[in-house]
Design a protein around this ligand. Structure first.
Ligand SMILES: [Zn+2]
Ligand SMILES: [Zn+2]
Length: 249
């Protein structure tokens, strides 16, 4: 269906069936065109405070600092990516909506989420310098059972906004690993060793790549996905995630 025609249909549907805000207890009609979170709830989301996080991995630190802060772990063992930014803290309604988006086919939230990601990228990274957005890929088995890759939905919507390419072919997940959420930090890193591979190095060499994922916790998935990109000669690997979970979640 042509995009313009789809917009007209969506606009008509909004008039006939006003949508209710996706935030659990809100109940208000959505007042943002073609979106699913109302402006009141959108403004009240738990925005991730970048001043209180490591410049490299995005790990939250107790106090805000006006200086660029790099945590001890990133200082001692720099990860294969150079920057991470996240839009939100992973908690409450945000957690519920992302779970719906990820597991319950709530793909309609992609535009609201891309608004948030765009805000984070424009505030903390040089979006115009990015050559391509790479969603963190799912293993083909996981993709088959889930039916879609939530990171790819985010990356496509964000790529349109930034006027950049979304590349879903140059990085692949070659090992089907147990779910990260069931493991601790050390197990997470081990679990992901060699899980990703660069499949089209010519699309990676010398490029600035923005890796996109829905949630980051320890950063081990981003590190594992960034590893083959660096090995294939990427100029820079930056990361943007919709939300940042506390380490013990
Ligand atoms: Zn609302
Ligand atoms: Zn760090």
């Amino acid at each position: 269906m042509r995009e313009s025609f789809r917009r007209v249909l969506t606009g008509l549907a909004d008039v006939v069936w006003p949508r209710t805000c996706a935030v659990g207890a809100c109940g208000r009609p959505v007042d943002r065109p073609r979106r699913h979170i109302c402006s009141t709830c959108f403004a009240a989301l738990p925005f991730h405070e970048p001043g209180g996080a490591c410049h490299v991995c995005g790990m939250p630190i107790p106090a805000k600092t006006p200086h660029v802060f790099v945590c001890e772990a990133c200082d001692k063992h720099p990860p294969p990516y150079e920057r991470t930014c996240s839009a939100l803290d992973y908690k409450g309604d945000v957690e519920e909506m992302i779970k719906d988006f990820k597991y319950n086919r709530a793909s309609w939230l992609a535009e609201d989420f891309a608004d948030l990601l765009e805000g984070a990228v424009r505030a903390h990274l040089d979006g115009a310098a990015v050559d391509a957005l790479f969603p963190v890929p799912l293993h083909p088995n996981r993709l088959r059972s889930r039916g879609y890759n939530q990171a790819a939905l985010l990356a496509r919507a964000l790529a349109r906004r930034l006027g950049r390419r979304c590349d879903e072919k140059s990085l692949a997940r070659i090992r089907d690993t147990p779910k990260q959420s069931l493991l601790n930090g050390v197990e997470r890193r081990k679990n992901l060793t060699g899980a990703f591979a660069a499949t089209r190095p010519t699309f990676i060499r010398g490029r600035i790549i923005l890796l996109i994922d829905d949630v980051t916790t320890t950063g081990s998935t981003l590190a594992a996905a960034a590893e083959p990109l660096r090995a294939a000669g990427a100029a820079h690997v930056w990361c943007a995630t919709l939300a940042r979970a506390p380490h013990d979640s």
